[in-house]
Design a protein around this ligand. Structure first.
Ligand SMILES: Nc1ncnc2c1ncn2[C@@H]1O[C@H](COP(=O)(O)OP(=O)(O)O)[C@@H](O)[C@H]1O
Ligand SMILES: O=P(O)(O)OC[C@H]1O[C@](O)(COP(=O)(O)O)[C@@H](O)[C@@H]1O
Ligand SMILES: [Mg+2]
Length: 574
């Protein structure tokens, strides 16, 4: 382990088999989850009572669950908490910047260029002379402004974790002529990518007078394997009306030293990285390498995930657009099902590990009779199963609509289809098509076993949803995210993701973004709302779900409060 270079990703699946000892399988690598190798597997045991898994022996900078290793219905994952005193045990690692204050106040601050480069000159913010902004009272953000992560507090409770408020600062750490910025988009497509690119370029130009902005072509590998594109307000003027990303994107290709060499060789000093959890993980590595080399380069992440699976932030851009567009597919499924005897409309929506799109699209539509998501295990046959429910709805209503998230029921699929271990270039497991599989199972059951003729129409609108331009509210959201990112970089902050927390723009340290995944908490009120709106079976009683998750902290909270903890960011706020 000593030879491992940071950052290190540990994936710990827990086989929850009610034995006294539980086995953890750790996979680690130095840079990229693709390089996970079975040779690097360490196996050891901890007592079942261990709620916190201590990473003392490892040089861990990032840590997250990986549902890909989830095992069957009884498999579960236990929260593992990174011990912050150990997380930076390598001399190359940036220690989290934690500031504490009275009343249990904690600021999880972001790095600043001045942390590792002494005597940096500062300049007055050019915005002070900008006629558009000079009318705003208190335009500049106060240096002590922070935003609480938890908005619901109790009288005697601690003030809790805060993040630095985003926005323009009185003094900046870059002279406008000195700035050479670049923008890269990585991972899957998402509505709003072009709007974010546009607003970074226009923000740099119009607010700070920055003229040198480069577009990196085709994701991370574009830094060293492709040409760059010059970006200015004229080039990006209309791009927010188009879907996709004008810069192109890719998975794979994260070669840290080649990327940082390219940044250094080109004289780039602000790097804007737009992408999901994988991309932000890559951004964290780039930041660490830049810091290690002592370069005056701000590294800024803008979170992109159509699945809304990035933690801490209220929701991700493009999510609203995706939910809205999904309505068209659900409407079509409903029209088809309603027009024919025993019609079943089945719509597969995105959501590899998190069922937010399926849940919100279902709640918005009111036409859906059953919504299946990865977080809520289900079963097909027998009392309380899906087939029984379908038969009941067909008898009652003559038709039904099912929405299924792409990651739902994967454990059932791997039981019936030989498990595939193929991965994409980023190391994400290639999922089996649950929509096709479940269509076939439903058809077989009703026509062969029950001798009930059904008419099933399957719709997969995934790429039609991903490829559209963002809607009006996402456009505004993208603008604020992009402008906050620019303000942060100009103010000398680095190693952060720009994100909305409780309705306020904030700067969040990378490690908080990549340490875990945001997912639907099925024992939370929002999922209960869904169950009550569709009237579908829960497939799991509360007692079972508590036993099954094996997460003691969550279970205790559930039993005590009837709802879940801070992970349910989007849900619990609504
Ligand atoms: N742990 C990691 N460290 C470095 N780079 C990573 C890591 N995980 C993913 N990447 C890189 O980030 C990019 C996007 O990741 P991917 O998972 O495909 O999309 P997303 O950012 O949407 O989650 C890819 O180039 C991938 O190689
Ligand atoms: O077909 P691709 O390009 O591999 O992408 C598929 C994946 O990307 C997504 O659309 C969304 O990914 P992000 O959350 O990273 O935006 C998933 O729903 C889907 O599993
Ligand atoms: Mg991802």
């Amino acid at each position: 382990m000593d030879s491992v270079i940071a950052p290190l990703c540990l994936f710990i699946p827990l086989n929850c088999n009610n034995n006294k000892k539980k086995s953890y399988y750790c996979y680690y690598n130095s840079n990229h989850i693709l390089n996970i190798s079975t040779k690097n597997t360490i196996r050891f045991s901890v007592p079942s009572s261990a709620g916190i898994f201590n990473l003392k022996k490892f040089t861990a900078v990032s840590f997250r669950y990986d549902h890909r290793y989830r095992r069957g219905r009884s498999g579960c994952l236990r929260r593992a908490v990174m011990d912050s005193s150990n997380s930076a045990s390598s001399p190359d690692m940036q220690k989290p910047k934690i500031v504490t204050g009275p009343g249990g106040y904690v600021l999880e601050d972001v790095p600043h260029l001045s942390d590792y480069i002494p005597d940096l000159p500062t300049y007055p913010n050019p915005l002070q002379d900008n006629p558009a902004y000079s009318v705003v009272k208190q335009y500049f953000v106060h240096v002590d402004d922070t935003v609480p992560q938890k908005i619901v507090v109790h009288k005697d409770g601690p003030r809790g974790v805060h993040f630095r408020r985003a926005g323009p600062r009185q003094r900046v750490y870059f002279d406008s002529d000195e700035v050479h910025a670049c923008i890269v988009t990585c991972g899957g497509l998402c509505p709003g990518l072009n709007t974010v690119i546009r607003e970074i370029v226009c923000g740099l130009y119009h607010m700070y007078g920055v003229k040198k902005v480069l577009g990196i072509d085709g994701g991370y590998r574009g830094f060293y394997a492709k040409n760059t594109v010059h970006l200015d307000p004229k080039v990006v003027n209309d791009i927010h009306k188009r879907g996709g990303t004008i810069l192109g994107t890719s998975r794979g290709g994260h070669d840290t030293s080649k990327i940082v060499d390219s940044i250094q060789d080109r004289g780039i000093n602000q790097v804007y990285i737009i992408g999901g959890d994988g991309t932000q993980g890559g951004a964290a590595v780039i930041f660490e390498e830049i810091r290690r080399r002592g370069l005056k380069v701000s590294v800024v992440g803008i979170p992109k995930t159509i699945d809304n699976d990035i933690p801490v932030i209220d929701k991700s851009f493009g999510f609203d657009t995706a939910v809205e567009e999904a309505q068209r597919a659900i409407n079509a499924a409903h029209v088809e099902a309603d027009s024919i005897e025993n019609g079943i409309g089945l719509v597969k929506l995105m959501g590899r590990y998190s069922g937010f799109i399926a849940m919100y699209a279902t709640l918005a539509s009111r036409d859906v009779d059953c919504c299946l998501i990865p977080e809520s295990p289900f079963y097909l046959e027998g009392p309380g199963g899906l087939f029984e429910y379908i038969e009941k709805r067909l008898k009652e209503n003559g038709h039904m609509v099912i929405v299924i998230a792409e990651g739902a029921g994967q454990e059932l699929l791997s039981e019936s289809i030989q498990s595939m271990t193929l991965k994409d270039a980023s190391g994400n497991k290639l999922l089996q098509d649950v929509g096709l599989w479940i269509s076939q199972r439903i058809k077989d059951y009703f026509t062969k076993q029950r001798k009930i003729p059904i008419n099933l129409k399957y719709i997969d609108p995934t790429y039609m949803i991903r490829a559209i331009p963002s809607n009006a509210s996402d456009n505004v959201y993208c603008t604020l995210l992009a402008q906050s990112a620019v303000h942060g970089a100009m103010a000398g902050y680095t190693g952060f993701t720009s994100g909305l927390v409780n309705g306020r723009q904030t700067y969040i340290p990378f490690y908080r973004i990549i340490e875990k995944r945001n997912s639907v908490v099925i024992t939370d009120r929002m999922w209960a709302r869904l169950l009550s709106s569709t009237n579908q079976p829960s497939f799991l009683c509360l007692k079972d779900s508590i036993e099954d998750t094996g997460d003691e902290e969550q279970s205790n909270q559930l039993l005590a409060n009837g709802h879940c903890g801070e992970e349910d960011s989007l849900i619990s706020k609504i």
